[in-house]
Design a protein around this ligand. Structure first.
Ligand SMILES: Cc1cc2nc3c(=O)[nH]c(=O)nc-3n(C[C@H](O)[C@H](O)[C@H](O)COP(=O)(O)O)c2cc1C
Length: 113
């Protein structure tokens, strides 16, 4: 399976799950056959302003390739800055969360909003 130039060996992709898909969980899923893993959704605001809890979510290891980072936010300028920041990391794909229906996310204009 291909996603642009990214070639996956199998079609099993670990969906992004806020509160679950940390590095340990992602590595377990990779052991179980996932060929692409995705971070928890990561706040663009937290990334750009260097919030410690957010930066921890970028943690990965070389065995975890290919992997994707999912961003969420509500300000195009910050989204762009965050994407530029993460593109300097060892990451294969940047995904934008445009579907999260959770109240605290949509009330700030992010996710599904
Ligand atoms: C606890 C939980 C957290 C989730 N977090 C995210 C998230 O951060 N980003 C996202 O795009 N989807 C998130 N989702 C949606 C899942 O990635 C997935 O699309 C959804 O559960 C449907 O998957 P299914 O079709 O395999 O049932 C979350 C779902 C659950 C249950």
């Amino acid at each position: 399976m291909n996603i642009a130039s990214l070639l996956l060996n199998n079609p099993f992709i670990l969906a992004p799950l806020a509160g679950y898909t940390d590095l340990s969980f992602r590595l377990l899923c990779r052991e179980m056959g996932a060929d692409l893993t995705v971070s928890e959704m990561i706040s663009c605001h937290g990334l750009v302003y260097g919030q410690e809890k957010t930066l921890i979510m970028l943690k990965t290891v070389p065995e975890e390739r290919p992997w994707a980072i999912q961003l969420f936010g509500n300000e195009p300028e910050l989204m762009g800055q965050a994407a530029a920041l993460v593109s300097k990391k060892p990451v294969d794909l940047i995904d934008i969360n445009m579907g999260c229906p959770v109240r605290k996310v949509i009330k700030k204009g992010s996710g599904a909003a």
